[in-house]
Design a protein around this ligand. Structure first.
Ligand code: FAD
Length: 489
């Protein structure tokens, strides 16, 4: 039996471990925190429970696939949302994005006076974008020659120029829709991987396909159940998880193979090593004397987040699970995010309230508010906008929801880009690894294997195919296939 050492118990590391254990490898995960999940962890505070990071869940079948892989009896229950998002604009316009695309298009027609057929056509086109490119960009390595000789890949490559690789999301959406509010709504999907709709290629519009055509979901006990479920599967498959164990170095020998992992001062020999940590941390701290792929490392990072976790002792009937309070000037918001590197005074605010579905997440009559603003990934020693951002968020919520929110906050905690970096090792707290602002971004992510160290493999948000839960799960699937092919020979 070959042994595998995995660095990091994030979603990618857990999924890879489950896959490899089911292929007969002996897997040990090293996790520096006392808890699993990395960005997908939870916070319990004065009777309120919060999902600390991700809140939008798409492609649940990727988790089911892991459960079924080992025929586990551990149940992972989730429900499909009927209403996906409540949108609020500052002039008082409100609309509900139904999971039923016909209803959604009618609502856009009614509230934003947009042609219903145009909306339906846009959503269909994004499905086509997705289906034409998923095999090329998401489901296989972009770094193995053999993958470029199959038909599906060739189709993806041939179509790519026609799929909006050479126009921006904003330009495409501005051409498609007549009302700037509709453009803003569809531009928002760039933020799902921390990118800028005014720079990212129109192809990124396909992200909305996941939500509108495939559906948005919520696990029965909230997002953190994804982590607890994967841990159960891993343990059931005899994966050992060593918590509170920071990997300090990887011992690379002259034959260009890693012989051992050094964690908390102890060396552990392994046949194969896999990293689920940000590639910057991997090369800078764990492999300081090895070849570093500088071009990939210096790509622009995705945005980060500033999050307020508020225990609220009131229920807001106008809000649902996912709520967006839009800024008035979206272009300015992204200019600030990616050029000025400072959050604007009028940010778009996202409020997620799992207690709308999971009653145990807040005491009776209360709600658990996860309030998030996109902020630049951090390049400085401290966050110098903490006070300003709280004031701007409170003022905007008061204005748009006609309330005095301070009166109802009975518990508070925050998460800023420095906390995210400290807790997960992601450079500057970026949420999704590299941004997709560059049209060649897909080709400028790190491969799922190292080109110089023969037994090193990579998963997680900073490598191919990118960040976000589904993509991290795809990275684990691709890496496990490569490991099985290469190491089982
Ligand atoms: P990570 O979560 O980055 O975990 C890496 C792990 O490695 C950590 O546990 C860390 O402690 C450990 N580690 C690091 N260095 C070492 C070391 N030297 N030794 C041992 N262990 C180490 N995605 C979505 O799909 N939908 C969303 O709605 C969404 N919203 C988000 C909101 C926020 C606020 C955040 C923070 C993220 C969000 N994401 C969302 C992104 C998603 O959370 C990530 O893409 C995904 O969870 C990253 O998983 P990963 O496998 O890259 O590992």
């Amino acid at each position: 039996t070959k042994s595998v050492g995995v660095i990091g118990a994030g979603i990618g590391g857990l999924a890879l471990s489950i896959r490899l254990a089911n292929q007969g490898f002996k897997v040990t995960i090293f996790e520096k925190n006392s808890y699993p999940g990395g960005k997908l962890s939870e916070l319990n505070m004065n009777g309120f429970r919060f999902d600390k990071g991700p809140s939008l869940f798409t492609m649940p079948e990727l988790i089911d696939e892991l459960t079924n892989l080992q025929g586990s009896s551990h149940k992972f229950e989730y429900q499909k949302l009927k209403v996906i998002t409540n949108y609020f604009y500052s002039d008082g316009t409100q609309l509900k994005a139904s999971a039923n695309v016909e209803e959604f298009a009618s609502e856009i027609h009614l509230k934003l006076n947009e042609n219903k057929e145009t909306v339906l056509k846009h959503i269909k086109r994004n499905a086509f974008y997705f289906k034409t490119t998923e095999d090329l960009f998401l489901k296989q390595s972009l770094h193995q020659l053999k993958n470029f000789i199959n038909l599906k890949t060739v189709k993806g490559i041939l179509f790519a120029p026609f799929l909006g690789l050479f126009s921006t999301m904003h330009k495409k959406n501005e051409k498609t829709f007549s009302n700037p509010k509709t453009v803003q709504l569809f531009n928002r999907f760039a933020t799902y991987n921390g990118s800028n709709p005014y720079q990212a290629p129109a192809l990124i519009n396909m992200i909305s396909h996941l939500e509108f055509n495939l559906g948005a979901y919520l696990p029965k006990k909230g997002m953190h159940q994804i982590t607890t479920h994967l841990v159960k599967l891993a343990e059931e498959a005899n994966v050992e998880i060593k918590y509170n164990t920071t990997v300090e170095t990887l011992n690379v020998e002259s034959n260009n193979r890693i012989a051992s992992i050094k964690g908390n001062g102890v060396s552990y020999p392994f046949d194969i090593v896999a990293s689920d940590i940000d590639i910057h941390a991997l090369y800078k701290y764990l492999l300081p004397n090895s070849f570093t792929p500088k071009k990939l490392i210096k790509q622009e990072k995705s945005s980060s987040a500033y999050v307020f976790y508020w225990g609220i002792n009131k229920e807001f009937a106008s809000l649902g699970l996912h709520n967006i309070l839009f800024s008035d000037d979206y272009k300015k918001e992204f200019d600030y995010l990616f050029s000025k590197q400072y959050p604007t005074e009028d940010p778009t605010i996202y409020i997620n309230i799992t207690s709308k579905y999971c009653k145990d997440d807040a005491p009776e009559g209360c709600e658990n508010w996860f309030v998030m603003v996109n902020v630049p990934h951090n390049k400085s020693e401290s966050i110098n906008y903490a006070e300003a951002i709280r004031k701007n968020v409170v003022d905007k919520i008061n204005m748009m929801l006609k309330t005095d929110i301070e009166k109802y906050i009975i518990s508070e905690s925050t998460l800023n880009p420095i906390d995210i970096e400290n807790q997960t090792s992601s450079l500057g707290g970026s949420l999704y690894g590299n941004s997709s602002n560059n049209k060649f971004a897909a080709f400028l992510r790190h491969a799922n294997f190292s080109s110089s160290i023969k037994n090193l493999f990579l998963v997680g948000g900073s490598v191919h195919p990118g960040g976000g839960i589904p993509l991290c799960l795809f990275s684990a699937k691709i890496a496990s296939q490569i490991i099985v092919e290469q190491e089982m020979k």
